[in-house]
Design a protein around this ligand. Structure first.
Ligand SMILES: Nc1ncnc2c1ncn2[C@@H]1O[C@H](COP(=O)(O)OP(=O)(O)OP(=O)(O)O)[C@@H](O)[C@H]1O
Ligand SMILES: [Mg+2]
Length: 185
C-alpha cells in the first residue's frame, strides 16, 4: 500500500462563484472514498484562525499566508486539503503554491452579471450601493490565475456534481489521489 502524500486543492475566484459549494461537495466525495480531507473555507477561517483581519491588501495577504501555512502542515501529513478563499492576489497565491509544492489551483469562474444576479450573501448589492468598500470585483482587484490546473465556469449550466467530477479527474490524472476503482477495491 502506497502512503498518501497529500495535496492542497486551492479554489480561487470571486465571491459567489461557487468555491464553497464545490469544495464542500468534493469534501463529501473524498470522505466517501475513505480519503483524509480537510476543508479550509474562507468564511470559517476569517471567523476562527483569522478573526480581526480586514480586507486591505496587507490583511488579505496575511489571511492567505496563514491559510497556506496550515494547508502546508496538513499536506505534509498526507491530508487532501481543500481551500476555498477568494485569494485575489496572484503573488501570494504563487507564494503558497511554491511553499506547498503539491498544489492544484482551481479557478472557479462566473461572469459579474451572473454573480450580481445570484448575490448569495447580498454583498454585491451593498458593494454597488457603496455600503461596502474593498469588495473584490467591484471596488477591489481580482488577479486571475495565469496557469491554473483547472478552470470551472459555473455560469454555463454545469451542475455542481459535474464540477466536482472535473476536480476529481484532475486529482486522479495527476496521481494525487488513487483512481476511483482502485479506492473501492
Ligand atoms: N456549477 C456550480 N458550481 C457551484 N455553484 C453553483 C453552480 N451553479 C450554481 N451555483 C450556485 O452559485 C452559488 C455559489 O455560492 P458559494 O457560496 O459557493 O460561492 P463562493 O465562491 O464560496 O463565495 P464567497 O467567496 O463569497 O464565499 C451557490 O448559490 C450555488 O448554488
Ligand atoms: Mg465561500
Amino acid at each position: 500500500v502506497t502512503r498518501l502524500r497529500g495535496v492542497t486543492v486551492w479554489f480561487t475566484g470571486l465571491s459567489g462563484a461557487g468555491k464553497s459549494t464545490i469544495s464542500a461537495a468534493l469534501e463529501d466525495r473524498l470522505r466517501e472514498r475513505g480519503l483524509p480531507v480537510e476543508l479550509l473555507d474562507g468564511d470559517v477561517v476569517r471567523e476562527k484562525l483569522n478573526k480581526g483581519l480586514g480586507f486591505s491588501k496587507e490583511d488579505r495577504d496575511v489571511n492567505i499566508r496563514r491559510i497556506g501555512f496550515v494547508a502546508d502542515l496538513l499536506t505534509r501529513h498526507g491530508v487532501i486539503v481543500l481551500v476555498a478563499a477568494i485569494s485575489p492576489y496572484r503573488s501570494v497565491r504563487d507564494e503558497v503554491r511554491a511553499t506547498i509544492g503539491r498544489f492544484v489551483e482551481v479557478h472557479v469562474r462566473a461572469s459579474l452579471d451572473t454573480l450580481m444576479e445570484r448575490d448569495v450573501k447580498g454583498l454585491y448589492r451593498k458593494a454597488l450601493a457603496g455600503e461596502i468598500s474593498n469588495f473584490t470585483g467591484i471596488s477591489d482587484p481580482y488577479e486571475e490565475p495565469l496557469a491554473p490546473e483547472l478552470i470551472i465556469d459555473t455560469d454555463r449550466g454545469q451542475s455542481v456534481e459535474l464540477s466536482v467530477a472535473r476536480v476529481l479527474d484532475v486529482l486522479e490524472d495527476t496521481g494525487h489521489i488513487p483512481a476511483a476503482a482502485e479506492a473501492v477495491a
